[in-house]
Design a binder for this molecule. Sequence first.
Ligand code: 13P
Length: 248
Amino acid sequence: MATRRKLIVGNWKMNGRLTSGLNLAKEIANRAIESMPLEFDVALCPPATLLWPISEALMGSPVMLGAQDCHYANHGAYTGDISAGMLADLGCRYVILGHSERRAAYEETGALIAKKVAAAQLAGLVTIVCVGETLEQRATGTTETAIVQQLSSSLPEKFHSSQLVVAYEPVWAIGSGDVPETDEVSSIHRLIRRSLGAMGEAVQVIYGGSVVPHNARDLLEQHEIDGVLVGGASLNSDGFWSIAEKAR
Ligand code: 13P
């Protein structure tokens, strides 16, 4: 049976200013240094404005840096955008792609996300590709079809499984306080692995959606759940670290 390390990722979304963001990152870096060697991986994905100062603040700690999106082109006339190469240049190891908030607000399609995944992997980043069903899909029993379709359309024809993490984030669970049963999560994670074919066993599949300290242990104890992608609860160092420690 494949042994996969657990991965705890904080997605700060559009939160954090220079002082508050740096303080939060430093607090988490210090916790991680005190707990070294870490038996699990930790990454912070602050907004783009904070990537460089936080990259510096994390140096010497085992906490890794990630971004929340990137463009598919390497450089060029794309006002307001940031390329994967630029993120790698700042010390990013991860990039979140296809988050449901971006799929919904910017109408990001699977085809666009697949181009971003290809570009990010080429730049050496590990891509955290998000998939998840809406409440309506859940109600109509089409969750599994939706997940498989989203995943296959969001991956380029060629990709490195060693640079892929899949985040299962049910849209209805994000920011709502509602979390599916751990059995349900495990079964979707198995489905995701099966749909990746031979490489599925080696790929980390993590869960996101209303993860908080009191439900993290149940989730992280499951063999099929290789980590968590934490939104709101990652904005507080005590809360985030208490989630991370459940991965021991
Ligand atoms: P919450 O943890 O706030 O529900 O957000 C989850 C999420 O969207 C992480 O990417």
